[in-house]
Design a protein. Structure first.
Length: 213
């Protein structure tokens, strides 16, 4: 849509230059610029703004996540306001002023040419930004990019959900295996709290019981 709008602006620039150079077709040129403005300029301006916002929201670029998207949106809004408030007013004024055959009217001629040049410069800049996509993310885009990374993955161990940050690095022993305490390197003694094996006292079942008198 922006490329089509740029084409209309180029056509209006050509008509403005023609009206300033040839007095015989000055009024028809301004009238044709007014037709372009009503039939093409206004619809393309609104469609460019609407489709730009919609495409930004439906794609990975986002509406306010990248600086080039924000800059292009600002250029489009300024172009819409400038075309409606300045260009349209000057074209209508020029058409009314030359309607009675006043071929020497040149009041808004320079202003119309300058405005058409500015419109084309904004459209070319917007197309350039869409092509090379410069700069980086905005602060909003940086926060949105960090949001998925902040979610810690969850692992299921023994039927319970445990965050990966608290996951044990000791593999559980297989069923039926004997778990023995292995002393840490540099510590040859028994584990703390267990000074040694406790001797068990056993009694031979065949030995007679002693009876004290």
């Amino acid at each position: 849509m922006s490329v089509g709008w740029n084409g209309v602006a180029l056509g209006q620039l050509a008509l403005a230059i023609t009206a300033s150079l040839d007095s015989d077709i000055r009024h028809p040129a301004y009238e044709l610029m007014h037709v372009f403005d009503r039939a093409l300029n206004i619809p393309l301006a609104l469609l460019t703004l609407a489709t730009g916002i919609l495409i930004s929201l439906r794609t990975r670029w986002g509406l306010l996540h990248h600086k080039w998207v924000v800059t292009k949106l600002a250029i489009t809004v300024v172009a819409v306001i400038f075309a409606a408030a300045f260009m349209r007013t000057m074209i209508v004024r020029a058409g009314h002023a030359t309607a009675d055959g006043n071929v020497h009217y040149s009041g808004p001629t320079v202003a119309i040419i300058a405005g058409a040049c500015l419109m084309n410069a904004m459209f070319i800049t917007a197309t350039f930004l869409s092509t090379i996509k410069p700069w980086g993310r905005t602060q909003r885009g940086l926060r949105a990019g960090r949001r998925p990374a902040a979610r810690a993955p969850v692992s299921v161990v023994n039927g319970t959900s445990t965050p990966s940050s608290t996951r044990s690095f000791v593999s559980p022993a297989p069923t039926g295996s004997t778990v023995t305490d292995t002393p840490l390197p540099g510590n040859s003694g028994p584990p703390a709290g267990n000074a040694g094996p406790v001797p068990e006292t056993t009694q031979d079942p065949a030995a007679p019981e002693s009876v004290s008198g």
